[in-house]
Design a protein around this ligand. Sequence first.
Ligand SMILES: [Zn+2]
Length: 324
Amino acid sequence: MINTVTGQIAAQELGKTLMHEHIQFGYPGYQGDVTYGGWKKEEAIATIKTSMNIVNSHGVKTIVDATPNECGRDAAFLKEVSETFSIQLICSTGFYYEGEGATAYFKFRMAFGDIVKEIEDMMHTEITKGIGDTGVKAGVIKLATSKDQITDYERAFFTAGASVAKETGVPIITHTQEGTMGPDQAELLLSLGVPGDQIMIGHMDGNTNIEYHKKTLDQGVRIAFDRCGIQFIIGMPSDAERVKIFSELVKAGYTDRLHLSHDMVVNMLGRPIVPLPEHAPIFERLYIGNIFDNIIPELMEAGVTQEQIDQIMHQNPQGIFSKA
Ligand SMILES: [Zn+2]
């Protein structure tokens, strides 16, 4: 059974699913900046409403919220959002990559013992008993690595996450940085004994070399083009490049292990973002309907069939959760 933030469901109840989004996300440190007025629930709900109306209009039934524990994950609030907007949400357990995560805590803990055991205990408890006293259980394990390397700190999370994934059947979804370390993440998780079918290597669309994708997929894992709409930022391709490579992978026969999502931060925590005029191209496709309004029609123009789209948006999410 799959842990959503409002209780357990069977894989067949997932429906159309977005595998990597963020209802809320804050870069660690945002908690220290409240002079602008701080987080207000009514304002957050109003912002989130716009995006939830869009996903509901496209028939999305489930969203996987990939927010790491230390980046503003709020299990009780996610439950409230799920109930308010009639959308199934699955939340994560895990920490962000070393460069942008809050590393001080577990680096401090290293002085007192085995952090792999402590991380394992944290993830296992959040999946089987719940997050704090919210009663909400995590439904995916989130792991992340740096550009061009898996640091010792990140490796501790991979080791712990692999062990908990094997024990619970909960999927692993990952963050790769700027199109690097996809094949290496796959190799590490497989060497730790996680079945490939239970692993989704994320942000693969940061790399436009098809051989990088094949080298990852040929190990037996799933991959995600889960930043659709994030363009013209360091390490991000254009949507046109995404569509080209993704459709080539479909044609090469990998359809049953491909996933699509936006990595959309619906409500960014901290000071409100006021785009400057030069940011206009970046924001052009940065919304949670982009896959349905633009990417899917473009994929179909490139020869991807409706049946293959259904496989990617419905059956593949069921597949990765089939061991949970
Ligand atoms: Zn993300």
